[in-house]
Write a protein that binds this ligand. Structure first.
Ligand code: PCA
Length: 206
């Protein structure tokens, strides 16, 4: 069994992206599943192209994407991706789509196909704050989640997919008063816990 995990490069003036720091620290094998890691650029469309390229190459059982949600205090497991780009800031190549459908022929939205409630419960059992989020925003993270689910849906692939937003790392908030952060150790443990749940659910649906 293979699980593809994607993370983003830094954006919006940050010099690191916690999702990539977590990705680098994930075990290479979790519950018998091979963990394949890829960093994608914080760029509309190109991020999805890179992820799809990798999906074709490794044929994973599930794809878990992670991204930074600066300002959120907990691990947020996204329920839904919507068919819209509405960028508050330009992406890493200067694109700033406003009120633009991601795929004019695609569904208005797709729900995550990973077990989001069980993931939240298991992360909380590790004493790490986590919750379901009902919006992944309208920037590149939502775009990637939508793009992957849309690709899987259109090609009728048996691949589960979902997205988890994580807070800033403590080093990112040194000069951001009253802004939450979470340690790398806790975030790695939370994502590895999420992957365990995903591996179990993939085994069941085989
Ligand atoms: N977070 C951004 C895009 C890249 C990332 O890590 C977002 O939430 O859309």
């Amino acid at each position: 069994m293979k699980i593809l995990v994607t993370a983003f490069d830094p954006f919006g003036g940050e010099s690191i992206n916690p999702s990539y720091e977590v990705l680098k620290n994930l075990k290479d094998n979790i519950e018998g599943a091979e963990i394949v890691k890829i960093q994608v650029p914080t760029v509309f469309y190109l991020s999805v192209e890179k992820a799809i390229e990798k999906i074709k190459e490794v044929n994973p059982d599930a794809v878990l994407s992670i991204g930074q949600a600066g300002g959120r205090y907990d691990i947020s497991v996204e329920r839904v991706a919507i068919n819209i780009d509405d960028a508050r800031i330009p992406d890493n190549i200067g694109q700033q789509p406003i009120d633009t459908p991601i795929d004019p022929e695609g569904a208005p939205a797709y729900f995550a196909t990973i077990p989001i409630k069980e993931i939240v419960e298991e992360i909380k059992k590790e004493n790490i704050p986590a919750s379901i989020s009902n919006t992944a925003g309208t920037y590149v993270c939502n775009h990637l989640m939508y793009g992957i689910l849309n690709y899987i849906h259109k090609n009728k692939l048996n691949i589960k997919a979902g997205f988890i937003h994580i807070p800033y790392l403590p080093v990112q908030v040194l000069n951001k008063p009253s802004t939450p952060s979470m340690s790398l150790g806790d975030m790695v443990k939370a994502i590895e816990t999420a992957i365990k749940v995903i591996v179990k659910s993939c085994k069941k649906s085989r």
